[in-house]
Design a protein around this ligand. Structure first.
Ligand code: CS2
Length: 489
């Protein structure tokens, strides 16, 4: 039996004295992504400045706290590629709170004057908003709860506003809110949501948030598959220590951040973080190129029986579809120079192919109703407005529709995880594999398609054509026929 990873046996591997590290950031949504991304940059800052330790929080589940508490919140970062696996112990996490059981401790940490940033990776659905418009959903059960019980909030917006209120009462400057989720203009989006929530509570509090709190936007990028038991065994083998929750990732890592931190920030620029004035062009590029391709690969890949992204990419037709999707359909909607986009595309194709990364198509397929608007539909909207074709993008949308019916190509149930899953499945059941009925039903889901796309005849005709093929011939053949019939990109 290997020993458990702890400060006693691995603390010496850290380039700083962990006992001197103090909290500067509270992070909401302490999943594998944050632990492979921002927490790693912060780990590199601590030698110079130990005031930027992190207190993490899970909003819904105790599992991360339970896994990391016995190992002093240390964990292993395992970077994987065809060349092998590199491991590193990360010590920037000082504590993980389970918000369901430790809400007051979490609010205290967020109100602590030493804390100058509250960052978030709570996934798209954590914002309790309408994904098509980006506005706070006042009917969301968590928001209703938090408006009725503002002192014991359960949503991220409720926690942030309560903590800002406590700071205001105690004369402590507000923290900066740093959104690290894949949303368009993510700072602006979370700013809009948090401010709207504060205004619902109290006009003066709303004004305070609107005036005093900074919400810089960020673009975050690193592919992080969910950790498996096989990964745990691999890490044990590599390090000789037992780690209940290591994180597995790729060599690539990118963080672009708008430099608006009135309460201070860690010195990230020396670590490769790009500090910019406006993150929007980067955000669009990433959401449309990377995440748009990812979702397309996830639905078409899952339907074809590919468990991992790299397996779908090994199918030449799928690879050609994704190459064409980016080159012919996405790139023209982005403001960057063509050669920069071509390089970005080539790097993505290589990242998706990384065979050491076991990135499940099912994992990416999750929460499609929250992801589609910014990943595929914005691009489609832009192209339709300019009269440009959307053959490949609309196949991604059709594959999502086929997927959310909840039944795969062999008639087996698909475990569809999505806040709208029940509604989507019911629309699928009513349509009974009739492609036009299915498209018509799902285009009415306004949270996804908005008013405009729901009524768009061109999109409707493309998507129903693809769906007919997906039902009749399956995903592999549909992809093959589409790429076979289009000019090579
Ligand atoms: C993926 C992303 O799960 C998903 O939906 O598309 O998490 C993706 O891996 C990251 O955005 C990469 O930075």
């Amino acid at each position: 039996m290997a020993q458990r990873l702890t400060l006693a046996n691995a603390g010496a591997l850290l380039p700083y004295d962990r006992s001197r590290v103090t909290p500067g950031i509270v992070h909401l949504g302490i999943g594998a992504f944050f632990r492979s991304h921002a927490a790693v940059y912060l780990d590199s800052v601590l030698k110079e400045d130990p005031s930027w330790g992190v207190i993490g929080a899970s909003l819904k589940r105790p599992d991360t706290r339970n896994a990391l508490l016995p190992q002093d919140f240390l964990y292993t970062l395992a970077v994987r590629s065809a060349a092998g696996t590199d491991t590193r112990v990360i010590g920037s996490l000082l504590d993980v709170l389970d918000a369901t059981a430790q809400r007051d401790a979490l609010l205290d940490a967020m109100a602590d004057p030493r804390v100058r940033i509250v960052s978030l990776t709570i996934t798209e659905k954590g914002y309790c908003h309408d994904p098509a418009t980006g506005k706070l959903d006042l009917n969301h059960p968590d928001i209703r709860h938090d408006l009725a019980h503002p002192e014991s909030p359960v949503s991220a917006a409720g926690l942030i506003v309560r903590a800002l209120e406590l700071r205001r009462m105690r004369n402590v400057k507000p923290f900066t809110v740093l959104c690290c989720d894949n949303q368009p203009a993510n700072g602006e989006t979370v700013g809009r949501i948090v401010t709207a929530f504060a205004r619902e509570r109290d006009a003066a509090l709303g004004d305070h948030v609107a005036r005093e709190v900074s919400f810089p936007s960020t673009m975050v990028d690193r592919i992080v598959p969910a950790t498996t038991d096989e990964d745990r065994a691999l890490v044990r083998e590599a390090t000789g220590l037992d780690d209940a929750w290591p994180v597995m990732t790729e060599p690539f890592c990118q963080w672009v951040v708008e430099d608006r931190f009135p309460s201070g920030r860690p010195a990230l620029e020396g670590l490769g973080v790009e500090m910019v004035e406006d993150v929007r062009p980067f955000e669009f590029m990433k959401l449309r190129m990377l995440n748009g391709s990812h979702s397309t690969l996830a639905y078409l890949g899952y339907l074809a029986g590919y468990e991992y992204v790299s397996q779908a990419m090994a199918n030449a037709d799928y690879r050609s579809l994704i190459h064409g999707l980016m080159t012919e359909e996405v790139m023209a909607t982005l403001p960057m120079e063509r050669h920069a986009l071509t390089r970005y595309r080539d790097a993505l194709l290589e990242r998706f192919t990384n065979p050491a990364l076991k990135h499940r198509t099912w994992q990416i397929a999750m929460d499609g109703s929250q992801k589609l608007p910014q990943r595929l539909l914005g691009t489609i909207r832009d192209r339709l407005a300019r009269g440009l074709p959307v053959a490949r993008l609309s196949l991604g949308v059709a594959a999502w529709m086929r997927y959310v019916t909840g039944e795969d190509e062999s008639g087996n149930a698909i475990d569809v995880r999505d806040p709208l899953a029940e509604r989507l499945k019911a629309i699928g059941a009513a349509a009974r594999r009739n492609p036009v009925a299915l498209v018509d039903g799902l285009l009415q889901v306004k949270e996804v398609f908005g008013e405009d796309l729901g009524r768009n005849a061109i999109l409707r005709s493309h998507v129903s054509g693809h769906l007919a093929s997906l039902f009749d011939h399956g995903a592999k053949q549909t992809v093959a026929s589409l790429v076979g019939g289009l000019p090579k990109s």
